[in-house]
Design a protein around this ligand. Structure first.
Ligand code: NDP
Length: 328
């Protein structure tokens, strides 16, 4: 029975490269250490667009999608702790999420508590794990510190704003429109700006008594890089963690010196959540933040899996807010 559906990229390219394909889920037989998961909700992340477009090299054909939640259908040999019918989610182990069914390594699975819906898990895990990495493992943000968050109404940005407020930071948010800035303010940002990026540093200095912020969380990339450096306090930390507007071009380290001995890092989650143990620790921390109500996960767009190309168009044209979920 070909009642399975997945998205396949056969040729690197634009959103039209996301083709749908029917398949027989019975053809997916879990090997040792694997389980077969029937996805109920699939998270969409900007990294899916980088893989589709070739910015992050992939070997076609492949199925994009870096996180999903669903129910276990079958369990392979040497799997303990999981059984058919269990509610689970995953956000590590590589792409393959844009599918109704997927073979998943059991040591990448996270059990879902009853109170967490499939949609929330699929919308939250990779993005909240990224926020946890940025804030708690890299910036070590302290209460009272002023920070700047770009794309603050977006998936990672919207979660980061709430997480930073929960630990007592003063959050200056930037977003691409007044409407998005209002969303960031509703999420708890102390200040929410939507000025052109070439006016941002001056606005941030105006809000920090001229000092600048301790840390900039920048997933926008090329377009915001200089504005971000110019917004930092002496010895501040620049975290450039994404390329939504394109990759940051090469630059001279002397640019860090002349702005006050700045620190610069370009992290990827795969270097921080790189073992089953660190994955479980990250998942436990993000579920703690979500379960306590300190962090909510707004889902701005929910569409059928077949509409993946349209979803990528909207994400890349800056017309989405919050997380995006595909439903198989
Ligand atoms: P978002 O929901 O944040 O969408 C991207 C946002 O970037 C847009 O909504 C837009 O917000 C902003 N943006 C600014 N300029 C552009 C542009 N030219 N084209 C498109 N978007 C632009 O996406 P995600 O939450 O999925 O990801 C956010 C960032 O986090 C991405 O850069 C992603 O790569 C990165 N990331 C990095 C990880 C890591 O390990 N390093 C892990 C996970 C995510 P606005 O209009 O408000 O400016």
């Amino acid at each position: 029975m070909n009642d399975g559906l997945r998205i396949i990229v056969r040729t690197i390219g634009g959103p039209e490269a996301l083709e749908t394909e029917r398949f027989d889920p019975a053809s997916l037989v879990p090997g040792a250490g694997e389980v077969l998961v029937a996805h109920r909700a699939i998270g969409v992340n900007f990294i899916d667009t980088y893989q589709r477009s070739g910015l992050y090299p992939m070997s076609p054909p492949f199925t994009p999608g870096s996180e999903a939640a669903g129910e276990i259908v079958a369990v392979g040999a040497e799997v303990s702790g999981f059984a058919a019918g269990d509610r689970v989610a995953w956000f590590t182990g590589g792409p393959g999420g844009y599918a109704s069914h997927r073979l998943v390594k059991a040591d990448t699975l996270v059990p879902l508590a009853d109170g967490i819906s499939f949609e929330t898990a699929a919308a939250a895990m990779l993005k909240a794990a990224t926020a946890e990495m940025l804030i708690e493992q890299i910036a070590h943000t302290r209460p009272g510190q002023s920070v700047l968050v770009h794309a603050a109404a977006g998936g990672v940005g919207g979660i980061a704003v709430q997480w930073l407020k929960a630990i007592g930071a003063r959050v200056i948010a930037h977003a691409g429109s007044p409407e998005k800035a209002a969303i960031a303010r509703d999420l708890g940002a102390d200040e929410a700006l939507s000025c052109p990026l070439d006016q941002l540093a001056e606005a941030v200095r105006g809000l920090t008594g001229g000092a600048g912020v301790a840390t900039v969380f920048d997933g926008v990339g090329a377009a915001s890089f200089t504005a971000s450096l110019d917004s930092l306090a002496k010895r501040g930390l620049m975290i450039t963690y994404g390329n939504a507007s394109g990759p940051v071009p090469p630059f001279s380290p002397l640019e860090l010196t002349r702005r006050g001995s700045l620190f610069l890092t370009r992290p990827t989650l795969g270097n921080y959540v790189d073992t089953p143990e660190s994955m479980r620790a990250s998942a436990a921390r993000l579920f703690e933040m979500i379960g306590s109500g300190k962090v909510t996960v707004p889902i701005g767009l929910s569409m059928p899996l077949e509409e993946a190309a349209e979803v990528h168009r909207r994400l890349e044209s800056r017309s989405t807010t919050g997380s995006i979920v595909l439903l198989p």
